[in-house]
Write a new protein. Structure first.
Length: 269
C-alpha cells in the first residue's frame, strides 16, 4: 500500500506535470472504484484549469479554477499515470482525464479500493485528519500528550490518522526499530524521551524514503513506472525470521490491529 512518501512522490510528480493544464474531457470505463465514478462526468470539470496538486495524509487533491477539487486516494493498488493519448488503455484503467497538452491523466486500480471524487471547495473528508508528520506541528510534546489517552499499542497509535497522518505499516515498523521502542508497548506508557525518539525517527525515515523514491512494495510505482529504491533500505519490514541488522537476534513477527509487525525483541524495549 502506498504510504506517505510514495503519495508525496506521486503528488510532486503530478504537480509538475499537470499544473497549468486544462481538463478537456473526462472518460470513465467502470461504474465504481471505492465510490461510484459517474458523478465525475457531471461535476463540471471540463474546461477547468488545474491550479495545484497537493497531498494531505495519503490523499491527493487536485485544485482547479472555481474552487473545484478532485480528491484522490490510491488505496491498496492505485496508480496514476500521465501518458500520451495514443497509449492503449490498460485493463484496470478506470478513468481518463484528457488534458490540454493532449496527454491523459490515467487512474488505474486493480482492486478498486482507490478513490476519485469531485468536490466543490476543499474536500470535507480531510477535515478530521491529524497533523502532518513532516511539519513542526508533529512534535515530541504533541505526540507525548496525545499518547496519554491511548491504552492500545504504540504501533497502532502511530498509525492512527486522527493523530498523525501517513504512517502506515511499513514506516511504523521502521520507526519503532530506529527509536528502540517495542510495537507492543501501550502508547500511554511511553516516556517523553521515547516520544522524542519516535517523532525524530518518523521525520528522518519518511524524509529518507521520499529522497530515495519511496518503497516499491507490491503495486506501488512512480508516474513513469519506475520503482522506488527505499524498499532495499527497510531493516525490519518484511524481515521476520532474519537476523537483526544491529544485534543479530532473530526478528520476531506479531499481529497488531490485523497487520503483521516485525520487531527485534532485544533492540526494542
Ligand atoms: Zn536487534
Amino acid at each position: 500500500m502506498p504510504e506517505l512518501p510514495e503519495v508525496e512522490i506521486v503528488t510532486r510528480a503530478l504537480r509538475s506535470r499537470v499544473s497549468g493544464l486544462t481538463i478537456e474531457k473526462v472518460e470513465i470505463f467502470s461504474p465504481a472504484m471505492r465510490t461510484p465514478l459517474a458523478p465525475l462526468l457531471s461535476a463540471g470539470l471540463e474546461g477547468r484549469k488545474i491550479v495545484d496538486v497537493a497531498r494531505r495524509g495519503r490523499y491527493i487533491t487536485v485544485e482547479m479554477t472555481g474552487k473545484k477539487y478532485l480528491l484522490m486516494h490510491l488505496g491498496m493498488s492505485g496508480v496514476l499515470r500521465v501518458e500520451p493519448a495514443a497509449v492503449p488503455r490498460r485493463k484496470h484503467e478506470h478513468i481518463f482525464f484528457h488534458l490540454s497538452d493532449k496527454s491523459l491523466l490515467r487512474f488505474e486500480c486493480t482492486r478498486r479500493f482507490s478513490l476519485c471524487e469531485a468536490c466543490d471547495g476543499y474536500p470535507e473528508k480531510l477535515a478530521g485528519l491529524g497533523v502532518e508528520p513532516l511539519t513542526a506541528d508533529f512534535s515530541a510534546e504533541y505526540f507525548f500528550a496525545a499518547s496519554r489517552r491511548h491504552s492500545g499499542s504504540v504501533k497502532n497509535f502511530l498509525m492512527d490518522n486522527a493523530v498523525q497522518v501517513g504512517v502506515g505499516n511499513i514506516y511504523a515498523a521502521e520507526t519503532l526499530f530506529a527509536a528502540g521502542v517495542s510495537p507492543l508497548r501501550p502508547a500511554c506508557e511511553i516516556s517523553m524521551d521515547e516520544a522524542a525518539k519516535i517523532v525524530a525517527a518518523v521525520k528522518r525515515i519518511l524524509s529518507a524514503a521520499i529522497e530515495a523514491g519511496g518503497s516499491s512494495i507490491r503495486d506501488y510505482r512512480h508516474l513513469d513506472g519506475s520503482e522506488g529504491r527505499f524498499s532495499r533500505l527497510l531493516r525490519m519490514y518484511g524481515h521476520a525470521g532474519e537476523a537483526c541488522p544491529v544485534c543479530g537476534t532473530t526478528i520476531e513477527q506479531v499481529r497488531l490491529g490485523g497487520r503483521s509487525s516485525c520487531f527485534c525483541p532485544k533492540c526494542q524495549k
